[in-house]
Design a protein. Sequence first.
Length: 484
Amino acid sequence: MQAKSAAAAAIPQTDPELCGLSWATKVVASGAMITGRDPTEVFLTSCNWMAAPDEMMREVIETRNPAALLSLRPDVVIDRAREIASITLNGRTAWAKRFGDQGFSVVDGPDAAPHFTPRPVAPRSADGEPWPMGDPEAVDPAASGARVKALDEAATLAFANAMEFTNALVVVHGGEVVLERYRSPFTRETRFEGWSMGKSLAATLVGVGAQEGALSLDEDDLFEAWRGGGDGRKAIRVRDLLNMASGLAFTGSYDREQDQSVKQQDGVLLDHIYVYASGVDSVAFSLDKPAIDAPGTAGRYRNCDPLLAIALLRDRVTKGEVEAFLTWPQQRLFDRIGASGMVLETDPYGAFLISGHDYGRAIDWARLGLLHLQEGAWGGDQLFSPAFAQFVRTPATKAWAHDPYYGGFFATNATGLLPTLPRDAFWMSGGGRQRVIVVPSLDLVIVRLGHLAGQAFGVDATLNEVHRLIVEAVAEPVKSINAM
């Protein structure tokens, strides 16, 4: 009889080297077997920094020269039959393994088993239905008209420099897809990594749950683990989690003004990274953190808050049953808007790592943007309330007084972060300048997807100009009407 596989064990937080290599292995596994990319290309353009020492990352950031990162040449092995990946670097080997439709997880060896039973996720087919439930007809690049030509100019610029790694650009205006372009070999069917755009997915799912009466923004006393006598965490509200202002002691260096080359402190991997890189029970790990600030007073970009928000939703809608919740996002959100290409990955305990491990087709990310543009309304259905829609796009000025750009798991343009867009713009934001931008004043959604390496090659200046061209293209008809 074959021995039963041992359950996956977490890699110690005191081993930053192996954690970083493990995280890179998971990203390579997902990139190769979910997105369909070449494994070596995934390592070089999406995750080599995870396996790099802090001092190497600091050099790359300061010099804007990735040569040191490109010198890392690991041994990458992809076992497609068993859906397992390994990376060996500097004599150490890390592993990642697929657990069914829940995607890939960091594991401590090729025979590790999950701490949950994977569930199949079967998206509802909307084939043959008109947009936005079904996929739109391909936009004809040869079509005439001033707007078409201006949008084509924007797309040409976005894809001109291959080293900026723009992979997909979709524009929705007036509810219709007016531009859809991909960098070869990618297509409409490619599932792209969204990174921290998953935080905005978490907010959207919480909005759906709130609309169904499962929770509310202003409730507190959220978790049993926080209900001891005198535990200040009892005062944390749902809105504090969504504003990234829980006040929990969660180490990290990913606020906008922090040194993002730092991945460890005194030989201990930062909490913000550890939840991705170790195979730890991410919810239990986050719940265990004490409070260091009063709720709602200190905004900090930390992964504990979206992880706990989605865990709370799970507690409410499925009474904490891990497996029952695995299909809930597809059934209660994605199926209702025709998004058939989303993959939400979990840790080995079945908790969605929705703070950053999420994949989807560009056209499905566009649907999510359109849902927020329409304040939760979709084909006569109201998935979340207009009040909730306004909450996520409004800066939490008290918590984020030092940098008032952050709303409810969405970035906002209140401070002019994206200078060529109107101030009412807000967006899903992920590493590598993954963005789903919503501009209510222009009835506009812009989806731009790329690789992390693009940030090192000056993509920001290009995207600012792309945004300007798109705004001019869609605003011109409005100007013409107003002039009549």
